[in-house]
Design a protein around this ligand. Structure first.
Ligand SMILES: [Zn+2]
Length: 336
């Protein structure tokens, strides 16, 4: 593969790991590395280690930092994107109020473009993944929480205060007894459709005495996880299957609201909790359940035209998208 210049570095900071990729102008990964976040060593230590990992990545290709146009950096929020600041990220508790963008720029001697990690992942799918043939996408990332990214044109919708596209915190149940979300409020999509919520709903069903192979797995000492529910559902357990389809139904409520707000070309479902994705019968049933729910509940025109599908870049979406957003910022800067 002949890399198309200019080249970009994309950095995706997560709670446990940091992924760094060297990406060309067509969004292809030339090389890739990962380091531990080691959150407790503090943000400046991480910035220094990211800079070192970037140098080693470039060295291995016979390149130097001068061969890279700029760097894209995605981190979890909360953040102030225009100021390049981490504010109070729950996943990175010792990194609050840290000017991470400018510190990384100083350590790498390159301009750094700062993004929300979910926005970066959505941009990655939009640029070269499942959303590449669309002019706008909404991406929902199903994992411990429910992440959201909205891309319209080449723009990530970050909002006036860098708190936009928080699709996991759409209210889907306004009753006082609604489930409690990780953010402290009640009734949010994340409190119903995340892996955490699936585990909780499973525990409640088992406590009600529902018969299920899940009870046997737990008695064998296995830990309750979204993956375990998924596996038992795939193996034919009725309760597990019901719980997965219920997850799809909750997700549908959020997806319909997003379709009525954005009217995107595609809704992309990413994250680890994809029930095996397109490759598994359960994953396909899950996706079909969301599609059918949207057809039934959204306005007819967008409901019939919107594409709903799984993401395709997996864990690479974040650094590819961070590099892609840096490329957009770089091109805008060089034109003006
Ligand atoms: Zn919430």
């Amino acid at each position: 593969m002949e890399a198309r210049r200019p080249l970009y570095l994309g950095v995706d900071v997560g709670g446990t790991g940091i992924k760094i990729g060297l990406v060309d102008d067509l969004g292809r990964t030339i090389d890739f590395t990962a380091i531990a976040t080691d959150e407790q060593r503090g943000p400046q230590d991480a910035v220094n280690r990211i800079a070192g990992a970037c140098r080693r990545l470039l060295d291995a290709q016979g390149l130097s930092v001068q061969d890279v146009a700029c760097i894209g950096l995605g981190t979890p929020g909360t953040m102030d994107i225009p100021q390049g600041m981490l504010l109070d990220p729950p996943n990175l508790p010792t990194w609050s109020n840290f000017p991470i963008r400018d510190r990384l720029a100083a350590a790498c001697h390159r301009d750094v473009f700062f993004a929300n990690d979910a926005g970066a992942a959505a941009y990655g799918e939009y640029w070269v993944g499942s959303g590449r043939e669309f002019g706008s996408i909404v991406m929902l990332t199903l994992g411990t929480g429910v992440g959201g990214g909205i891309i319209i044109g080449d723009l990530s919708i970050d909002g006036e205060n860098s708190h936009g596209s928080e699709c996991g915190h759409i209210i889907i149940d306004s009753s006082p007894a609604a489930r409690l979300c990780s953010c402290g409020q009640r009734g949010h999509l994340e409190a119903y459709a995340s892996a955490t919520a699936l585990i909780q709903r499973t525990q409640e069903a088992l406590a009600r005495g529902r018969d299920s192979s899940l009870a046997e797995r737990l008695a064998d000492g296995e830990a309750l996880s979204g993956l375990l529910v998924s596996r038992e559902a795939e193996a034919g357990d009725r309760l597990a299957h019901e719980l997965v389809m219920e997850t799809a139904d909750y997700l549908t409520i959020g997806v319909v609201t997003l379709i009525h707000t954005i009217d995107p070309g595609a809704v992309i479902l990413g994250g680890a909790m994809n029930f095996g994705g397109e490759k598994s019968s359960l994953g396909r049933q899950f996706l079909q359940r969301v599609r059918d729910g949207v057809r039934a509940r959204a306005f007819p025109v967008p409901a019939s035209r919107v594409t709903i599908r799984f993401a395709s870049l997996g864990g690479d979406a974040g650094y590819i998208g961070a590099a892609g957003l840096a490329r957009v910022g770089w091109n805008r800067q060089s034109r003006s």
